[in-house]
Each structure stands twice: as structure tokens, then as C-alpha cells.
Design a protein around this ligand. Structure first.
Ligand code: ATR
Length: 327
């Protein structure tokens, strides 16, 4: 039998829990019926630092929003995007392996998504009475028609990280790019689009380097691309291989064919560990260095700007990211 006393204490318990959630989390407001949602989909997803970073940004902006993470199998990506759209989510981020698949799923592609052939950010948009598509944040009630609009914020994050974290402006520079996988392809195309003076492409599987060089030359006919190590000095070495993730990994280049004394700066797209053996060796050789955390930050910051229409609070987001990744 549940007496009034018991009812009161469980009521107090719920109140205490809500209070604790309110004061212990970074959010000014507890979740309620007007809370709006964003999420990241990946497969796997447990490693993702995006919820920590984005929720810190959301809290700093004082929004009654939350950013969630879901493990979505690639076979169910279409349904998962449709589900978020049906529930008036503000937007989504997509990570491995969904970025290429989503290009054919979104209702509308922003030029960034079309240009890089990948979608890492979706903004849901509603049709207003005049027939214009506007971000869902502007609709307090569900609009009759909603569409998914796909963007890519990864490519611009590479150049922003080079500029802001390493002080390197790619235009007119000689760049050695290591790796021709997914990250290497985006980096190579982005470097060519930024008018680097010369791009040297090196990859374990030479055929993939050749294929990327051909794609770059087709899209940027004026680009000077070689699939070999540079014989003289370069301004920047960009590591887009996965070598360095493990502490036992060798350097991602052939030391008999290239020396770190030939470059002024080294950017490693890897951010965990914070200092790869490449970055350690580069520091010893006197190079300027930066790791890939900035890329993660800037792609997320741009996504938040696309959803909110406001400048992303970079300091809060960077600090949450560092706390999440490095403890
Ligand atoms: P991502 O999407 O992160 O770029 P990816 O497409 O699998 O992942 O690419 C991984 C990159 O790291 C490729 O350039 C890969 O070289 P291959 O194209 O020859 O596979 C490179 N890589 C991975 N392991 C490597 C190793 N042990 N030695 C040299 N390069 C390696």
C-alpha cells in the first residue's frame, strides 16, 4: 500500500533528481516538452567526442537544445534520417561510414556537399507560408513540409585548422600530402582548391595516389600534382594516413626518401594520441606542428553555426573537446 507519506517522498525524490540534473549539468534549463534535438549518427559511435563538444556549445548559447549520439547501421541510415526529420530535429551530424551514403539520401545538397561528395551535417528545414525553406529552429510548431539539407563542413575545417592552429595559409605553398584514403582525398582536393603551388601525393598503395592525382587534375586543371616525394623543401607536410594512431606505428613516410628537415610545418590529422611519433619527430626537427583536434573542433563549430545561425562559442567547445578527448 502506498501511503501519502511515501507519495510525498517519491515526489521529493523526483524533484531532487530534476534539481540535480539542472545544477550538475552544463545546461541552464532541464529537458522539457519544448527541448529541441540534434544528434550524431555513426557506426560505431561510442568513441564520439561530438556530444561533449556540441552540448557545451549549446549550453553556452543558452539554447534549450540537446545533442545526442546514436549507433545507426548503414542499412538503416535512410530510415534514421527520416525519423529525425519526422520528429522535427534541428539537425544531424554524420560520421563514419555515413558521409558518402547520405549524399544520395538528403532532399537537398548544399554546394559544399556537392563539391566534396560527402555530407557530414544535415539541417532540417521547413517551408514557410510564402513557400521559402527556413531552418527548423525558426518554427516553434511543426511546419507542414520538412526537408533535409546536406552540408559538408569537413573540408573547410582543414584549411581553418592550418590557418588558426599552425599559421599556414595554403595558397602558394608546396605541400606533401601523406595518404589517399577518405581523409586524404578531401585534403588533396581542398589543397588544390586553395591554389597550393605544388602538391606531392604519397600513399602506401601507389594506385590510389595516382587515382587521386587524376581526380585533382580533372577538377583543378591548373594544379601541379606529383605522386612522389619532393626533391627539395616544402612548406607543409599533411598526414592523412592512419599511421600514428598506435604508439608502435612507424613514421608515415619513407625516411630514406624524405626528411623532416625539408619542411617548415607538419599537420597530423590524428588527434588521439595528442602527440604522434610524427609530431614528436617534427618538433625535434624544429618544425611548427599541430594535431587534428582543431579539424574536429572547426567542423563541429561550423555545423552548430549552420543550425543556430549564430557564431559558435569556440572557447567553450574547444575546452569540452579537450576534456573529453584528453581527460
Ligand atoms: P580515412 O577515411 O581515415 O582516410 P582510409 O580511407 O581507410 O581512412 O585511409 C587510410 C589511409 O591510411 C590510407 O591512405 C592508407 O593507405 P592505403 O591506401 O595504402 O591503404 C593509409 N594507411 C593505413 N595503414 C597504413 C600503413 N600501415 N602504412 C602506410 N599507410 C597506411
Amino acid at each position: 500500500m502506498i501511503g501519502p507519506g511515501l507519495r510525498k517522498s517519491s515526489f521529493e525524490l523526483c524533484g531532487r533528481l530534476a534539481y540535480n540534473l539542472r545544477v550538475s549539468g552544463p545546461f541552464a534549463q532541464a529537458i522539457n516538452a519544448t527541448t529541441r534535438y540534434c544528434a550524431v549518427y555513426g557506426y560505431p559511435i561510442k568513441h564520439s567526442a561530438s556530444p561533449a563538444m556540441q552540448n557545451a556549445g549549446i549550453a553556452e548559447l543558452g539554447l534549450n537544445w540537446r545533442y545526442l549520439a546514436f549507433e545507426v547501421h548503414p542499412n538503416e541510415l535512410r530510415e534514421a534520417i527520416a525519423g529525425a526529420k519526422a520528429m522535427n530535429y534541428i539537425g544531424l551530424n554524420l560520421t563514419v561510414p555515413h558521409k558518402l551514403l547520405a549524399v544520395d539520401i538528403v532532399d537537398e545538397k548544399h554546394k559544399s556537399a556537392a563539391s566534396w561528395g560527402a555530407v557530414n551535417t544535415i539541417r532540417f528545414e521547413g517551408k514557410d507560408p510564402s513557400g521559402e525553406w527556413r531552418p527548423l529552429r525558426e518554427f516553434p510548431d511543426s511546419p507542414r513540409e520538412v526537408r533535409s539539407h546536406g552540408f559538408n563542413t569537413d573540408a573547410d575545417a582543414i584549411t581553418r585548422a592550418l590557418r588558426e592552429d599552425l599559421g599556414v595559409e595554403p595558397a602558394g605553398k608546396r605541400v606533401l600530402l601523406l595518404g589517399a584514403g577518405g581523409a586524404g582525398r578531401t585534403a588533396g582536393l581542398k589543397m588544390a582548391s586553395e591554389n597550393v603551388a605544388e602538391l606531392f601525393l604519397v600513399n602506401r598503395t601507389q594506385a590510389k595516389a595516382e587515382q587521386l592525382a587524376a581526380e585533382i587534375s580533372e577538377r583543378y586543371p591548373n594544379a601541379r600534382v606529383k605522386t612522389d616525394y619532393p626533391k627539395t623543401n616544402v612548406d607543409l607536410v599533411l598526414n592523412a594516413t592512419s599511421l600514428g594512431l598506435k604508439s608502435t606505428d612507424l613514421l608515415p613516410f619513407d625516411e630514406s626518401r624524405f626528411s623532416l628537415r625539408q619542411t617548415a610545418a607538419v599537420y597530423d590529422m590524428i588527434y588521439r594520441p595528442a602527440e604522434t611519433s610524427l609530431l614528436k619527430a617534427a618538433k625535434s626537427a624544429g618544425c611548427h606542428t599541430a594535431n587534428g583536434l582543431g579539424m574536429l573542433l572547426y567542423q563541429g563549430a561550423r555545423a552548430l553555426e549552420i543550425w543556430t545561425g549564430q557564431a559558435a562559442p569556440l572557447v567553450a567547445m574547444r575546452s569540452a573537446l579537450e576534456q573529453n578527448v584528453y581527460g
